[in-house]
Ligand binder design. Structure first.
Ligand code: FAD
Ligand code: DLZ
Length: 512
């Protein structure tokens, strides 16, 4: 009898449509493993680890139901050597396998380890794609060959052209590629977004397991009522819920924030997509079909806004990551060096917007894009927090955080620590933006209207101080020129007062 191959499935490779699973069930034995190496390489939110373990266990069950042979290492398995390489080496050493196969890993760290592992094993090995993304890694280099800068919009158009998304005779439906300018509304006071769809499961066993195995995590969890989607069925239901109930308002309120509505019209599909329970193409196709069926109710701005996030930003970020790793992880354009204040770990700050965004992140392991970019990210950028600290926080806190997508978003888009590889300008804003897009400022201990003086919102003086401090690096940037023109019109005494106020806030950073 021919021996099977050993095939490794990582926690973010739960893709039942992968070509592996069209082969005869006898061709291979599949191995999934809960390993200390992954559970501790950064301090994760408890819900993130639970979501990964539950999704992996369910995927292993789904494979077994289809007749595939699966070796699953639980965290407390006595044979578990707690790293991908060590477990694979031990299995291969049993002599039961004719070879070893793995898929390309999405994280640089793991990809390097797997390449080394493949070279060192005493059996034939092979590596293949993960059959998930719209475009291969090389697509990015092809689009930007000969260009000085990356422009997300150009990349996005190429993905749409290549996959014929929202096109008619090769031209964008609606006459424009981008409807971003229509997607910036505040949530009206009387609006009531639909209740979030939840998938209630008991996660007490896994939480006990993490405690017993002393895996240090943070954030809260209601272990009796764990609600993240962790199976393909959950993910498909969530996609349907999004298309039916949320898509009609997605684009319009994409940038809005509200103390009573955490999810608003966001899909919460990022975890499902990032672990590959569903593919970006399935998500985009379903949303486009929903729009085609309901184009009276769903405008082109809503569907285009959604498609842009997935076929545009998500694929673009992956391209940047692979084009610039490993050096990307060390970039620090502004030489920011302050440590992350304690309130990112406990939510205890008087700044209402930061309190809400952080508390929600700690409670739900989720925050939507604008909370991540314009509240927490904006604050850490203005306050000059070390991007290493910022990365660790974002990589740990969100259930959807995997380095290939977290790093370009955090270090690039949000902190501009890459000096403009991802974005054309730093995403900085004063309290005015937060007050316009949310109800966070009402009832805040600080006044969003005041730049300086007792009770003035730290975002205001820090915003102007940031422009002053980084003038040499930024003033030639056309997208930020307006800020400098306004600054130059300010009386010298006001500028001095801003600098004084910002210095006071920065000195008092831990107590804001
Ligand atoms: P929706 O608003 O419903 O959007 C739909 C989908 O679009 C998302 O599920 C996601 O797959 C995709 N998407 C939207 N924006 C982006 C983007 N900028 N980059 C990549 N994909 C995008 N996303 C992650 O998946 N993992 C991360 O670790 C992550 N870290 C981030 C850190 C910062 C500082 C910022 C500013 C953004 C980050 N994002 C990350 C992008 C985005 O915030 C999340 O994808 C989104 O909030 C997930 O919620 P959702 O599924 O409800 O998204
Ligand atoms: C995020 C994560 C965690 C917390 N734990 C595991 C694990 O125990 N086993 C596993 O296979 N994957 C885990 N993951 C996801 C991995 O970090 C991810 O698969 C790699 O970083 C490759 O992108």
């Amino acid at each position: 009898m021919t021996k099977p191959r050993l095939r490794l499935i990582l926690g973010d490779q739960l893709n039942i449509s992968h070509p592996w699973f069209s082969e005869p069930t006898s061709a291979a034995e599949y191995v999934l493993m809960e390993v200390r190496e992954e559970a501790t390489y950064v301090r994760h939110h408890t819900q993130k680890v639970v979501a990964f373990f539950l999704a992996m266990r369910s995927f292993a069950d789904a494979l077994r139901e289809k007749g595939f042979s699966v070796r699953y290492f639980r965290l407390d398995d006595p044979d578990n050597r707690h790293s991908f390489a060590a477990n694979v080496e031990a299995l291969i050493a049993t002599g039961r396998y004719s070879g070893f196969d793995c898929q390309e890993a999405d994280e640089y760290r793991v990809e390097e380890d797997l390449q080394k592992l493949c070279k060192s094993l005493p059996v034939p090995t092979s590596r293949c794609g993960s059959a998930h993304f719209f475009v291969p890694r090389e697509f990015f280099a092809q689009v930007f060959k000969g260009h000085k800068r990356y422009v997300m919009e150009n990349f996005y158009r190429e993905v749409r052209r290549t996959h014929d998304i929202l096109l008619e005779n090769g031209k964008p439906i609606g006459g424009r590629w981008n409807f971003d300018s229509e997607n910036r509304k505040r949530l009206p006071d009387n609006a009531s977004p639909p209740e979030p769809l939840e998938f209630v499961r008991d996660a007490k066993d896994i939480v006990r397991l993490l405690e017993k195995q002393k895996v240090a995590t943070f954030g809260s969890i209601d272990a009796a009522r764990f609600t993240w989607p962790v199976t393909r069925e959950d993910s498909l239901k969530l996609l349907k819920h999004f298309c039916d109930k949320l898509l009609p308002s997605f684009g319009t309120y994409q940038d809005a924030m509200h103390t009573s509505h955490r999810l608003l019209f966001h899909s919460k599909l990022s975890f499902s997509m990032n672990v590959k329970l569903i593919s970006p193409k399935e998500v985009v196709d379903a949303a486009v079909r929903a729009w085609q069926k309901n184009s009276g109710k769903i405008s082109i701005a809503q569907i285009e806004g959604f498609v842009r996030q997935i076929a545009g930003w998500r694929e673009f970020m992956r391209g940047v990551y692979w084009a610039h790793m490993p050096s990307y992880k060390t970039l620090n354009f502004f030489k920011a060096s302050r440590p992350l204040p304690h309130y990112f770990w406990d939510g205890d700050t008087k700044m209402s917007c930061v309190r809400h965004a952080v508390t929600q992140s700690l409670e739900d392991s989720y925050a939507h894009h604008i909370q991540r970019l314009m509240v927490t990210g904006n604050f850490t950028l203005l306050a000059g927090i070390n991007p290493d600290d910022v990365d660790s926080w974002y990589l740990g806190v969100y259930a959807d955080a995997l380095e290939w997508v977290q790093l370009p978003n955090t270090r690039g888009m949000s902190q501009f620590a890459d000096g403009g590889i991802v974005g054309t300008k730093p995403y900085i804003a004063s309290a005015n933006y937060i007050s316009k897009m949310s109800n966070y400022c009402s009832g805040c201990a600080y006044s969003s209207k005041q730049r300086t003086g007792p009770g003035s919102c730290p975002f205001n003086s820090l915003y102007w101080n940031f422009l002053i401090t980084h003038r040499k690096k930024l003033e030639k940037n056309p997208r930020i020129g307006m800020g400098y023109r306004l600054l130059d019109k300010m009386p010298a005494a006001e500028v001095r007062e801003i600098e004084r106020q910002a210095a006071e806030h920065l000195k008092n950073l831990e107590n804001l």
